[in-house]
Write a protein that binds this ligand. Structure first.
Ligand code: SAH
Length: 289
């Protein structure tokens, strides 16, 4: 152990390691998950295990995914006598959720024969991969019901932003397509060791995908949102004209009652969906992707 730590530099710039030291915040994060007595919790980046230590007393089962070898090994030691914790050394962007949370037909453990209950997700996540983590969780959302995550404050503001505000953008629209977003508390850099350069905000995302009420297909609508928000300075019209013929755009905007000069960030998800549906149904629109 000593020999290797002497050889390897201690700095790990690529892991976003800022450990939470604020006890009150730790408790509030875990409490934001609600009653966990029958729940499985996925913890992202447990680090030194401050959140994990609280979770073990509250949750039925915890799966904690930590990419740092040394930390993962330390966590295994720390929780070796705690049967409801499983430490997985791995990358949250690569772990196989199907294997972890999917139905286990061969299992004889009581309650595990069928698809288990939905998993709650918690973590003070590495900020530099926030979008990737969120998108991956949304992609596998059938396994999950609630996420309570510590994010960089500005990212949390964008996730929770209302249409028509300067923070509203593709990330807001995508997150709000899948979940109800709530900001819970904001913490200064001093709540972490070492302190990050930014403030942090804990958000709760309660999954309740709007795809059905909006009557849109997921892949096509997400692609449409990406085109709508492609260039922030441009109007919606100018962003969409790369994909749709002008006649068709004009008819669809009229039908969805959207001003030609509108910007994507001014539209509610309902309005974006109405425009998307009108464009999809427009006979003159042959350039659809
Ligand atoms: N939750 C801890 C640590 C937060 S710091 C606390 O609140 O104190 C972020 C943690 O995520 C670090 O432990 C880091 O090693 C880990 N991490 C970084 N990239 C990761 C990845 N791709 N998958 C899983 N964990 C990762």
């Amino acid at each position: 152990m000593k020999a290797s730590s002497a050889r390897v530099p201690q700095k790990k710039p690529k892991l976003g390691q800022h450990f939470l030291t604020d006890t009150v915040a730790t408790i509030r994060i875990v409490e934001a998950l609600g009653d966990l007595s029958r729940a499985t919790v996925l913890e992202i980046g447990p680090g030194r295990g401050v959140l994990t230590s609280l979770l073990v007393r509250r949750a039925r089962r915890i799966i904690a995914v930590e990419t740092d070898r040394v930390l993962a090994a330390q966590l295994r030691m720390k929780f070796s006598l705690t049967p409801n914790v499983e430490i997985i050394e791995g990358d949250i962007l690569a772990v196989d959720f199907q294997t972890l949370f999917g139905p286990k037909p061969g299992s004889t453990r009581p309650g595990m024969e069928q698809a288990p209950e939905k998993v709650s997700v918690v973590g003070n996540i590495p900020y530099f991969i926030t979008s990737e983590i969120l998108l991956r969780l949304f992609e596998h959302r059938t396994f999950f019901d609630t996420f309570v995550l510590m994010l960089q404050k500005e990212v949390a503001d964008r996730l929770a932003a209302r249409p028509g505000t300067s923070e509203y953008g593709l990330l807001s629209a995508t997150a709000q397509l899948y979940a109800k977003v709530e900001k819970l508390l904001t913490l200064p850099p001093a709540a972490f060791s070492p302190p990050p350069k930014v403030h942090s905000t804990v958000v709760r995302l309660a999954l309740s995908p709007k795809l059905e009420t909006l009557q849109v297909g997921e892949e096509e609508f997400v692609r449409f949102l990406k085109v709508s928000f492609a260039q922030k300075r441009k109007t919606l019209w100018n962003n969409l004209k790369s994909q749709y013929p002008p006649d068709s755009l004009k008819r669809a905007m009229g039908k969805a009652r959207i001003q030609p000069a509108a910007r994507a960030e001014a539209l509610t998800l309902e309005q974006s969906a109405a425009l998307f549906r009108a464009l999809s149904n427009d006979a003159g629109n042959s350039k659809r992707t």
